[in-house]
Design a protein around this ligand. Sequence first.
Ligand code: SF4
Length: 157
Amino acid sequence: MHLLNRYKETITDGPGLRYSIYLAGCAHRCPGCHNTASWNPSAGVPLDEEVLSDLIEEINSNPLLDGITISGGDPFYNPDELATLLRRLKEATHLPILVYTGFTIEVLESVARYQQALAYIDFLIDGPFVYALRDPSLQFRGSSNQRLIDLGQRYHR
Ligand code: SF4
């Protein structure tokens, strides 16, 4: 798994003040994608133990953060490594986690290798970017097919 970028404080990737982690790799190839450089899974730097410790330290040193956002690319490009990353972030920070993905929740719930990561996600913004449905007035989303889903509420946890 490769880290493309990190934003220590942002208000554009979900509700409140968030720490955003951008992961490399995406196979959806949405026409009009805002970041085609993120499709390459080898872009950025390896997200190894040292980098992860650094991210966690930065997150835990900022008491103003409301949550963590994982974007890309599509974080579900590497579902097993994503589950491990989310578990480590959750255990170390106890902050709500929002994940962007080009898959719909229906697809993620129906494929076994995606389900493990869902257990650590509080909010999901799902679905591919659809150029014909693009709407700059939407909060946190690029096109109107994408949904902000409260997984805590969905799974009664
Ligand atoms: S899912 Fe996101 S990163 Fe991937 S092609 Fe679509 S818009 Fe681009």
